[in-house]
Design a protein. Structure first.
Ligand SMILES: Nc1ncnc2c1ncn2[C@@H]1O[C@H](COP(=O)(O)OP(=O)(O)OP(=O)(O)O)[C@@H](O)[C@H]1O
Length: 206
């Protein structure tokens, strides 16, 4: 997936959050989006997913040389973020199967393989509402990473993860993160220190 941002600006009411951002997000490359709380990292992630449109400038998407309409983009991406809600009423088994109805998973990643990956096989009949916050975050990340999608967007990926969970996240990236375009919004180096490119949001305020 390639994403081109041409002089992009985003404004909420009268406040400009991002201004003058031109960037090419190239296929197979890894990008870190950094900046203080409230600087606009999540806002940029939402524009990179096609969920938010810019107030100024252009965001365009292409896949294998074919231009994608903004309404097609969601089919080709996985997005894990604390503000993307899981369906709390579903059990783990149901949540995985529900996800699979919309998105293909990588070869060999059947239900059993995903339970093993998550490391909480005994929770398969537990409702997501009864998961701990770390378990919910692992589920968000696992579903995003095992999905067959050329664009992977991870906003604050290690939120609610303990040290072991952070190691687990890095293992997931090593196993499933290669060969796809990866964008990570975070201020924790451990989340993104393997990224080749960095975008610091306060550089795009004027
Ligand atoms: N829908 C909205 N309407 C108005 N203002 C908004 C909206 N969404 C975000 N903002 C504002 O835009 C600014 C950037 O928010 P954003 O969530 O993108 O920052 P962030 O860098 O991801 O922050 P954090 O590190 O705290 O998650 C904030 O001032 C926020 O209040």
């Amino acid at each position: 997936m390639k994403i081109e941002l041409d002089s992009v600006g985003k404004r909420y009411k009268t406040e400009w959050i991002i201004r003058g951002l031109s960037l090419e997000v190239a296929p197979g490359q890894r990008y870190a989006i950094t900046g203080p709380n409230g600087s606009g990292k999540s806002t940029l992630m939402k524009m990179l997913s096609g969920f938010l449109s810019p107030s100024k400038g252009q965001v365009s998407f292409s896949l294998d040389g074919r231009q994608l309409g903004v309404h097609e983009v969601y089919r080709h991406l996985s997005f894990a973020a604390p503000y993307i809600e899981l369906i709390e009423e579903l059990t783990l088994t149901e949540a995985i199967r529900f996800h699979r109805q919309f998105k293909a998973t990588k070869p060999g990643m059947d239900d059993e393989a995903i339970y093993q990956l998550l490391g909480f096989r005994k929770a398969r009949s537990k409702q997501v509402r009864n998961f701990s916050s770390g378990m919910k975050q692992r589920l968000r990340l696992a579903l995003a990473l095992v999905t067959e999608s050329p664009l992977l967007l991870l906003d604050e990926p290690t939120t609610n993860l303990d040290e072991e969970g952070i190691g687990w996240y890095r293992g997931l990236i090593a196993r499933f993160g290669t060969g796809r375009t990866l964008v990570i919004a975070s201020n924790a180096a451990v989340d993104f220190d393997f990224c080749e490119h960095k975008v610091y949001i306060p550089d795009y305020k004027q």
